[in-house]
Design a protein. Structure first.
Length: 161
């Protein structure tokens, strides 16, 4: 199995596991702990460093390193899409209504009027579906993979002779 495939599978599984940790602990219902979800970026950077060190040692040039990081992120995105969809439809079907409740409370606590807070929350509701949530997670993984790989490839590439 290639390094990019192994790393992509690892990244996808780690992100889905972290998502379920957020769900089972209830952290996604806490306005402060909700931000812990963004640890997925650190997970992705860590997996990319590990994978690009390995592929760089195999003699990959800058372009091949960017490709390897983006490809492994594509592999992970498939798993993340499926995991996210499962999370919001089967494991935590009240996820979006819980988020709307938290968001409205945060807006009210910041001093926003009730009607304005409700209007803001309702405006975001159209994009809060299992499909869109999963799609945005997958796209975010691919874009982050490309950007981070573009930077890391500067350090983990074949050195000129």
């Amino acid at each position: 199995m290639s390094t990019t495939l192994k790393a992509g599978l690892l990244l996808g599984v780690l992100v889905v596991v972290w998502t379920f940790v957020m769900g089972f602990t209830g952290w996604y219902k806490d306005p402060v702990l909700l931000n812990a979800f963004w640890a997925v970026i650190l997970i992705q950077v860590g997996v990319l460093i590990w994978a690009l060190r390995k592929t760089g040692a195999q003699g990959n040039t800058y372009g091949k390193q960017v490709w390897a990081g983006t490809l492994l992120s594509n592999h992970a995105a498939i798993i993340i899409f499926c995991g996210s969809y499962l999370f919001t439809t089967v494991a935590f079907p009240s996820y979006f209504s819980d988020l709307r409740t938290i968001h409205e409370k945060m807006l009210l606590d910041s001093g926003m009027a009730v009607a304005e807070a409700q209007k803001t929350v309702e405006a975001q509701q159209a994009m809060q579906t299992p499909f869109f949530q999963a799609l945005f997670g997958a796209i975010g993984t691919i874009v982050t993979g490309f950007v981070v790989s573009s930077i890391l490839a500067l350090f983990f590439k074949k050195k000129p002779a």
